[in-house]
Design a protein around this ligand. Structure first.
Ligand code: PLP
Length: 385
């Protein structure tokens, strides 16, 4: 099978050559770890003095963590399990931040015990848990950003409003913690660097307010949001990251410590899913749209098609034929398992059951979102090249 190149981007040639000959009988994510390394270096050049803390949740495959430890990345962990994973691959505890603002006391105690010293919080109760289970730790306060223009905004679940930040700084000090600064997340898949400007404006206002009140914040954690290529043009990682850092410097001047937590931007383009067409059908003779059903869907790895937010590029062995609009769906017996319908996708008219397809740039938020076996369909398999 040959897969025609699509679009103006350069997919991993290692993944393409693997896909051309691979015989897999279930949906499989193929990862090119060298590509992860290339993304890391490209982001690093653009981010300059900022430390990269890879957001492990984007893809916790062991080999990715191992490689990133070897090339000097730091890590942002969301759970005890992710901290253990990073440590097992040789990460230094001082290079791991516990960035989830919603933590169980026992997990905070575990992190403290193994030497993690930097924690996120957005509420007084969380500070109390940290003070009790990781006495003397450094904390940064996660602030809510309201003006995200991201394709996958992170909504209202994390962060507190600006007005609460000074009180949380005071409370942290009362509790014997060291409040070192602020964090935020601009929203995942923020396609253009300029979209950061209004968010950075509001965070800079909070930062200056803290300084006016006599605090001296030293750590600015700019979170993730670095985009991947899904069909709409995006800047290279280096250009994007250096533009973001330019916007940061304009507003914050010299900051002692800047952290960035790319997840998607580090791993999405390092992976592709090999899948198969299970059925092509029409609901009536005069239906203008075909329905194309794949052996992978919303519950087996493509969770980010929710709301049709992330639109993956799909390569097929028939890309030299003419194309027509399709509704794309997964295999499970759940009516929510429709991937693209509001905006149908274009696929070759000759596509049929049994055709192998490659879903591009799916290295982020796929294997980690895949159910263990909803409807009895196997979870996404992972192969590391
Ligand atoms: C998910 C997450 C990230 C990664 O976001 P991307 O948009 O994938 O880069 C970074 N930081 C925190 C705190 C997160 O929760």
């Amino acid at each position: 099978m040959t897969i025609a190149a699509q679009g103006a981007f350069a997919p991993s040639t290692r993944i393409d050559s693997f896909a051309a000959t691979a015989l897999v009988d279930r949906p499989t994510l193929v990862l090119d770890i060298d590509r992860v390394e290339a993304q890391y270096h490209a982001l690093k050049v653009g981010l300059g003095f900022a430390h990269i803390h890879y957001a492990v949740k984007a893809n916790p495959t062991r080999e990715i963590i191992e490689r990133l430890v070897n090339i000097g990345s730091h890590f942002d962990a969301a759970s005890r399990g992710e901290i253990e994973l990073c440590l097992s691959q040789g990460a230094e505890p001082g290079h791991i931040s516990f960035g989830n603002t919603i933590k169980k006391p026992a997990d905070i105690a575990f992190a403290h015990h193994v030497g993690v010293t930097l924690f996120a919080a957005d509420a007084g109760e969380e500070l109390e848990k940290i003070a009790e289970n990781a006495p003397g730790a450094e904390v940064y306060i996660r602030v809510l950003v309201e003006n995200s223009e991201a394709d996958w905004p992170l909504s209202r679940k994390f962060g507190c409003r600006a007005s609460m930040v000074p009180d949380l700084f005071a409370r942290a000090i009362e509790l014997g913690l060291v409040p070192v600064g602020l964090s935020f997340h601009v929203g995942s898949q923020t396609r253009r660097a300029e979209m950061w400007a209004p968010v950075l404006d509001s965070v800079a206002g909070i930062w200056r307010d803290l300084q006016d009140r006599g605090y001296a914040p030293t750590l600015l954690n700019i979170g993730g949001g670095f985009p991947a290529y899904y069909g709409d043009p995006v800047d290279t990682p280096t250009t994007y990251a250096s533009r973001v850092m330019g916007l940061v410097t304009e507003r914050f001047g010299q900051v002692a410590r800047v952290m960035a937590e790319p997840g998607r931007g580090m791993v999405a383009e390092a992976g592709a899913i090999l899948a198969e067409v299970v059925l092509v059908s029409k609901k009536s003779e005069d239906d203008t749209h075909r329905w194309v059903y794949l052996d992978i869907g919303r519950f087996s790895g493509l969770a980010e098609t929710e709301g049709e937010a992330i639109r993956y590029q799909i390569a097929t062995p028939r890309d030299f034929d003419s194309f027509g609009p399709c509704i794309l769906a997964g295999p499970s017996c759940d009516s929510a398992d429709v991937l693209y319908e509001k905006r149908p996708i274009m696929l070759p008219l000759t596509l049929k059951a049994g055709d192998k397809v490659v879903i591009r740039n799916t290295g982020a938020y796929t294997s980690s979102y895949s159910s263990v076996g909803f409807n009895g369909f196997p979870p996404l398999d992972v192969i590391v090249l």
